[in-house]
Design a protein around this ligand. Sequence first.
Ligand code: TMP
Length: 396
Amino acid sequence: MNIKFLDLGLQPLANSYQKSHKKKTKKKEKLYKLSVSFNTKTKLVSLVNRIPDKKMFNNTYPYKSSMSKTMIDSFKELSKKIKKRFKPNKFLEIGSNDGALIKNFANNKAICVEPCSNLAKITKKNGYFTYNEYWNLSLAKKIKSAFDKIDIIYSANTLTHINDLDEVFRSISYLLDKNGVLIVEDPSFLECIKKVSYDQFYNEHIYLFSALSVKNIINRFNLELFDIEKLPTHGGSLRYYIKHKVNKKIKIKKSVSHQLSREIRFGLRNYATYKKFALSVTKSKKNLIKIFTDLKIKNKKIIGYGATAKATTVLNYCNIDSQMIDYFVDITPDKINRYMPGKNIKILKYNRKLLDYIDYIYLGAWNFKKEIFKKEKNFIKNGGKFITHVPYPKII
Ligand code: TMP
């Protein structure tokens, strides 16, 4: 049974950066209900309303993994680790984006799956065999007949974007060699609760995984967890290592039971935990609005840093618009000179000079706080302050 526990109101599509100021053109942006539920049996957390994937992942998808040094470094490290630990012959990535990870593998050893054609074009151009398609069973069959043995399937921040999770894991179980390994990386729901980072929820993030829910889902497809790593990426992620149950050569590490116990101890099996989280979210909203209003009363100039999809959730849930935030800065070419979905705040191309004469910066990309603070040493030295809502609304 699915029980709804969180209501984030009406929201635009999180990555639909608008070409024009909607209030000026009088064109209405489509809004969708965003609420979150919890499955009492599988413990899976998911959005109540689903948007057709073609509306979200198409030829104009703006997000590029290689826009952050943190992500590039993390992928470099991971590829070294995979090569050393598993020595893959054929590596397949589901949701290869612009190739930030795959570029660490030789052309003849890696296969990309990417439904967004603007991104698939990049890996194709770089010589990687790329399927510009959605992940499903018919694609898995096509790949199997073309390549035979796939020994590693990797997917970061992608499987949770696909509506039919059963088909996702059925197709993986079908394609993955019987001695193969599936590696899945996604934000951790436990971290999301701990950090009250409700902005992990937006239309693309249909699911938010926990070790508990992953274990339950993959069990149906004769797959099992054998290792779990904690990662700092995306505000706290988990990297799940998964194998076929029939493969007894790989031993199950203690990290699996440790993570499961951590989640059980925190209460991820109990509805009361979810209700408590929803109350913390309401409190977070109230306190963030107070910070913005108090600063605006004092005529402080505030901008946003990192026009993230997560920020779309925060701005629309808390009703923070261009009266509060003058503009956002971002380095992603496809976001520049566009407007934040639903709130008409302009996104300008990042330039250090844009931070001059600014009193406060709202951290849209709070998950890259370390990287951004390092980059903006001078802003901080000159008395500039940051606003964040994670783990609770505060000025830093
Ligand atoms: P994400 O949190 O969804 O990964 O998005 C991060 C966004 O923040 C992305 O649009 C790039 C942007 N960004 C900057 O503009 N400057 C930076 O220094 C970093 C780290 C990210």
